[in-house]
Design a binder for this molecule. Structure first.
Ligand SMILES: Cc1cc2nc3c(=O)[nH]c(=O)nc-3n(C[C@H](O)[C@H](O)[C@H](O)COP(=O)(O)OP(=O)(O)OC[C@H]3O[C@@H](n4cnc5c(N)ncnc54)[C@H](O)[C@@H]3O)c2cc1C
Length: 288
């Protein structure tokens, strides 16, 4: 299988990349790690006339903590984020989510920004960023824009980025003290795309949940916040019954797309179990 023909560009800096995007916009695709785009090209599911390789734009690769906020350059490799002690200490949900992403070889090439912009609802990073309430920073030759998770993910494989924009940075706010985390998922083999899963952040104050953030994996066309489940947890001491009820609410309104790996009803049942497990595990980890 061979990709369709395209003109290849390898800009040496962000301004050059943005100028190429401004010129070729609708007809161009950015190449990051190539782990999703190259298969799409080879299967001829996309036909860009221009491929703009971000591999030589070093200013898009960094992991920094500034004023308690995590800033990740879009071209940071998934493996680099996974191995970051800074991230493991302050944003362990991301570290845990990454252990489920594909295989080491793919994480070595695949970038954080590429995973986010590819916007597969079964991809772990977009779900973890949704639970963490991340902000996505976009750049074009004419300006900058910041987009929250709710507005960024539009549907399956589609974000609200414009053709002339690139994702430059993911900003993740600090996680409150006394917060436990968990990322759970089920897939047929480790490294396969998940059939369902959940990310949870549970904050406990005086024995009760003061804040809950839950996001669902492979439950809809985009990562999905389970707001009713979060509301059901807040103010309560989290025990098995409370976690079970929250999990029930999390899946009450979803109808995941079924396929040969599992029907919609089965996936709903699976996600319910994953949410309950994530809430319980996150609660157990508070204070660790
Ligand atoms: C066998 C296999 C198994 C996999 N399993 C999983 C899995 O279990 N979980 C999971 O989450 N992923 C999985 N992946 C996908 C992997 O994580 C990819 O690395 C990721 O989806 C895309 O990142 P990339 O850097 O390779 O991006 P690319 O493939 O280069 O690009 C993906 C898309 O994002 C766009 N893009 C990239 N960077 C930017 C940017 N900065 N601004 C704007 N647009 C941009 C590209 O134009 C393209 O449309 C798997 C991949 C393979 C091959």
């Amino acid at each position: 299988v061979k990709p369709p023909q395209f003109d290849y560009h390898d800009p040496r800096g962000i301004d050059e990349a943005l100028a190429l995007l401004a010129e070729h916009g609708e007809e161009a695709k950015l190449l990051a790690g190539g782990q999703s785009l190259v298969p799409l090209l080879n299967f001829r599911l996309t036909y860009p006339a221009h491929l703009i390789d971000l591999g030589r734009v070093p200013s898009l690769t960094y992991i920094r903590r500034e004023d308690g906020v995590l800033r990740i350059g879009a071209m940071t490799r998934q493996a680099t984020l996974e191995a970051s002690p800074l991230v493991a200490t302050h944003w362990p949900l991301l570290t845990e989510a990454l252990t489920f992403v594909a295989h080491a070889q793919i994480r070595n090439r695949g970038t954080v920004g590429g995973s986010v912009v590819h916007a597969d609802p079964a991809a772990e990073l977009p779900v973890a960023f949704t639970a963490l309430e991340a902000t996505f920073h976009a750049r074009s030759s004419t300006g900058r824009r910041s987009i929250g998770c709710d507005d960024f993910f539009v549907t399956h494989l589609t974000t609200s980025l414009k053709p002339e924009e690139l994702l430059s940075e993911i900003e993740v706010p600090a996680v409150p003290d006394n917060t436990g985390w968990a990322f759970t998922e089920y897939s047929r083999r480790h490294g396969d795309f998940a059939l369902g899963g959940a990310a949870a952040l549970i904050t406990i104050q005086d024995g009760a949940c003061s804040r809950a953030r839950i996001a669902l994996l492979a439950a809809a066309d985009t990562p999905l916040r389970a707001s009713e489940a979060e509301d059901a947890l807040e103010g309560k001491a989290v025990n098995e019954k409370v976690a079970q009820e929250a999990a029930r609410l999390a899946v009450a309104e979803i109808s995941p797309t079924g396929d040969i790996h599992g029907g919609s009803e089965y996936r709903r049942y699976l996600i319910e179990g994953m949410v309950r497990r994530a809430i319980e595990q996150a609660t157990e980890r508070v204070g660790r």
